[in-house]
Design a binder for this molecule. Structure first.
Ligand code: IMP
Ligand code: MG
Length: 189
C-alpha cells in the first residue's frame, strides 16, 4: 500500500493479530479466574500506542476489570538515554491490587522498567506485563514479559496503535514503513 512517498509493508496481518490476541486473552482469563479480585484486575495501558491492543484484548476478558492509563515520554531534548518522564499518572488506587500493564512494544525496556517500579511502589499486590510486540534484540534493561504477542526483528514498525511521527496509528495491522528517505522519482519530461 502506498501513502505518499512511503510504502507500508504488512508485517503482522489483522487476522494474525486477532488470533494471537484471542490466545493471550484466554491465557489471562485462565490465570486470573481463580484468584480474580472481585473488585477487578486493574488493566493499565501505556498511552498512546497500547490503545488499540488494550481495547481488543479487554473485550475478550471475562474476569472483572478496571481500566486506567499511563503516559510517559522519553528521548526528549535534553534527556539522557533511559530517562523516562511521566506525563499522565494512573488515577485508580493500586494498594493491594492485581495489575496488568498493557504495552504496545518493548524496545530498550527503559519505559517499562520505570513504570513497573512505580506500580510496585504504589503498593500493587502483583504486577504482570502484557506486551503485543517484543523487539528482544534491542533490550538494554531486563523486563519480564508475562504475556507476549509476537517477538519481532529490529525493525521500526507502525500501525495498530504504533506511530511514526504520530502517523499510521489507525492501520488495522502492524507494518514496516519503507522508502521514507528515498528521493522522489524523476518526473517524466
Ligand atoms: P523503550 O523504553 O525503549 O522500551 O521504548 C518503548 C516505546 O518506544 C514504546 O512504547 C513505543 O512508544 C516506542 N517504540 C519503540 N519501538 C517502536 C517502533 O518500532 N515503532 C513505534 N514506536 C516504537
Ligand atoms: Mg508506547
Amino acid at each position: 500500500m502506498a501513502m505518499g512517498k512511503e510504502n507500508v509493508r504488512v508485517l503482522i496481518s489483522q487476522e494474525d493479530l486477532e488470533r494471537r490476541i484471542a490466545e493471550l486473552a484466554e491465557q489471562i482469563n485462565r490465570d486470573f479466574s481463580s484468584s480474580a479480585d472481585s473488585d477487578g484486575l486493574v488493566c493499565i495501558g501505556v498511552l498512546k500506542g497500547s490503545v488499540f491492543f488494550l481495547v481488543d484484548l479487554l473485550k475478550k476478558l471475562t474476569i472483572p476489570v478496571k481500566i486506567d492509563f499511563f503516559q510517559t515520554s522519553s528521548y526528549g531534548s535534553g534527556m539522557v538515554a533511559g530517562e523516562v518522564r511521566i506525563r499522565k499518572d494512573v488515577d485508580l488506587p493500586l494498594q493491594g491490587k492485581d495489575v496488568l500493564l498493557i504495552e504496545d512494544i518493548v524496545d530498550t525496556g527503559y519505559t517499562l522498567r520505570t513504570i513497573l517500579g512505580l506500580l510496585k511502589f504504589r503498593g500493587a499486590r502483583t504486577v504482570r506485563l502484557c506486551a503485543l510486540l517484543d523487539k528482544a534484540e534491542r533490550r538494554e534493561v531486563d523486563v519480564p514479559i508475562d504475556y507476549c504477542g509476537f517477538t519481532i526483528e529490529n525493525l521500526f514498525v507502525v500501525g495498530y496503535g504504533l506511530d511514526f511521527d504520530e502517523r499510521y496509528r489507525n492501520l488495522p495491522y502492524i507494518a514496516v514503513v519503507e522508502n521514507e528517505s528515498e528521493p522522489d522519482p524523476p518526473s517524466p519530461s
